[in-house]
Design a protein around this ligand. Sequence first.
Ligand code: ADP
Length: 452
Amino acid sequence: MKRRSIFIAVFLGFICLVCVLLIQYIWIKKTIDVQKTEVLLHQREDSLSTVRFIQKVHFSLGNVLTEISLATNDSSDRYGAIRQVHPNLFYVEYQGDVDPIYLENTLKREFYKIQITNDFQYSLYNCFKDSVKYSYLFKFTLDSLYENTNIMLDYPTIQREGKSHYFSVYFPTFIKHKINKTEDIGSPWVFLILVSVLILFYLTYSVVIIVRQKKLSDIKTDFINNMTHELKTPIATIGLSSNTLMNDDFSKDPERLKKYASIIFRENKRLEGQVERVLNIAKMNKNSTPLKKTFFDVHDFIMEAKETFDFNLEELEGNLTLKLEANRHCIYADIVHVKNVIYNLLDNALKYKNEDRNLSLTIKTRNDKKYLIIDISDNGVGISKENMKYIFDKFYRVPTGNVHDVKGFGLGLYYVKTIIEQHKGIVRIKSEKDVGTTFSIYLPLKRDENLD
Ligand code: ADP
């Protein structure tokens, strides 16, 4: 998958996400608007039914009062005798003495006539002490109409100034419903945010996976290209030489015959070596390499390495400087592997030299409390920050497009890191593109720190 395709896929995914969220947003907003209108209608209906209820109660209590006046021959002014002290509590003042049961029955009849089907508590007061004389809660049932429950509910007390007889009617179940659904309406937004976060998380996760897969596929393609490139040359040489051996007459020139045979032998060995090396390192993992540890002096083999590399550097007009500053330079390690590590790093310095300047290589040794540190610095092509993260990965090579002017399989630094970590050491890298690179190898000084 090309970078452009990944970008397009991510971009399309993002657009889809935005569209889905937009649709959700519009949908939720519409629903909320509809609900708000419904709530308003409900509230209006509620207040209308409240007004109607209050009117009905006033009307029936008026009738009750008229009846009491007739029964007690009271002809006084009844204006202001019915008062509503709470939305569901009314009291009625009257003159004369009335039997509580008679009053109760009158109330029931009047309420039933006008279809007040709410439960109510009727209480008759002693007007001198303002205390309740008689009080019962009546439940509206379809069979017995208003059934006496023999219960007495508490309700707000009545503040009053006059000294006339009075009774109260309290409707406990009639509560003004304040439907405030707008408060519940917040939840769709929480849901929308949650879904958005989930989708975003999923999208990011998918992008990470795609990018990782792309990197792996690039590494695989690079490896196959390199492998083909590396193997093709010896195979072609062997092919050409054996063809010559088959077709030419060597009876008069045995030296030529020997030359071609040795070419085949040498190229075959090279092929074998390469396959072996790739297979061995590819098979290798963190703890699998058996180490044969001995005490040895690192300075000694660094000086040996200088001799070998000086020869190569002469051709390249480069130089290798040694700064052997470590006081403690004997370590307990596998000499073959540590040598391979150092040679790998020196080889890389040669391979990745900057073509615009002569190679300048430095090997420096130093100590800190726990380690012998070997710094190998070059002034080569350097490595950019983004590639530096991956260079110790198996098969990773810094991408160079399709140009394979430098041979390799991306296994050298993987080998370096694996071996050093097996010795309980550390590998560090400092590099700047077009300036140069320094690899620092930290090897433990104490024997017990790198014991297997
Ligand atoms: P190989 O050399 O076979 O490609 P390595 O594992 O040795 O594999 O190196 C991985 C990558 O790190 C190389 O492809 C190269 O781009 C980069 N690299 C390693 N050493 C150096 C160096 N001294 N200077 C610049 N780049 C380097």
